[in-house]
Design a protein around this ligand. Structure first.
Ligand SMILES: Nc1nc2c(ncn2[C@@H]2O[C@H](COP(=O)(O)OP(=O)(O)OP(=O)(O)O)[C@@H](O)[C@H]2O)c(=O)[nH]1
Ligand SMILES: [Mg+2]
Length: 204
């Protein structure tokens, strides 16, 4: 088995469902009443694909304005960023472009971008349709993906897609120095060993 580890950072407006997406993937469940993230929290997410065991070091940042200035500290050296919006909230969609511009300006390592439209279960209040989301993502060289934590759609596939893209990058002719494949390294890290007192409701 080959092992690959990468840093993945979730960003986006307050309440779009970042913590819920991560918890849904890692723990297989979610809570409707979920506290806003304070600062940021950290989790490991594992993806097994082909002969790769991928460990994603996932940073879940807070969308609240008062934590805005902390976010650059987390996306530094990110291999991939997932910028989440709520498909029923145009303001959160408008914010995605600002996030992408900001990360581009402040990072020099190669970063793969994912624009993630969450809450697709909200059929009646949905205002950003798939085509608009995808067209926008294409225009900023990002991958587009849609999810619903409540109906559990697209979540597994989002992490699989990220894993697949990372494998493509490390297997390309010029893999970035920060992404390394290891063969038979030490044990894969476990979330139980993280002592993160900031982890809120959604990651409990
Ligand atoms: N309808 C619907 N609600 C969702 C979905 N995902 C999350 N939510 C709800 O949206 C609210 C906010 O979810 P969080 O996961 O805390 O959002 P967040 O982006 O982490 O918010 P901050 O930590 O404040 O930045 C919660 O009440 C969730 O239950 C979804 O797919 N559909
Ligand atoms: Mg959160």
């Amino acid at each position: 088995m080959k092992r690959l580890s990468a840093k993945l950072v979730f960003m986006g407006s307050q309440g779009v469902g970042k913590s819920s997406i991560i918890t849904r993937y890692i723990k297989g469940d979610f809570k409707k009443e979920c506290e806003a993230t304070i600062g940021a929290s950290f989790m490991y997410a594992k993806v097994t694909l082909r002969d790769y065991q991928i460990t994603l070091k996932v940073w879940d940042t807070a969308g609240q304005e008062r934590f805005r200035s902390l976010v650059p500290m987390y996306y530094r050296n990110a291999d991939a960023v997932a910028i989440v919006f709520d498909v029923s909230d145009r303001d959160s969609f408008n914010q995605v472009k600002n996030w992408i511009n900001e990360v581009r300006k402040n990072t020099d390592t190669p970063v793969v971008y994912y624009v993630v439209g969450n809450k697709t279960d909200l059929l009646d209040s949905r205002t950003i349709m798939y085509d608009e989301g995808e067209e926008f993502a294409n225009s900023v060289n990002a991958h587009y993906w849609e999810t619903s934590v409540y109906s559990n759609t697209g979540i597994q596939d989002l992490f699989t897609k990220i894993g697949r893209n990372l494998i493509e990058i490390v297997e390309s002719s010029k893999p970035p120095a920060n992404l390394k494949v290891e063969i038979d390294p030490e044990e894969v890290p476990n979330n139980d060993r993280i002592n993160n007192s900031k982890i809120q409701c959604c990651t409990n």
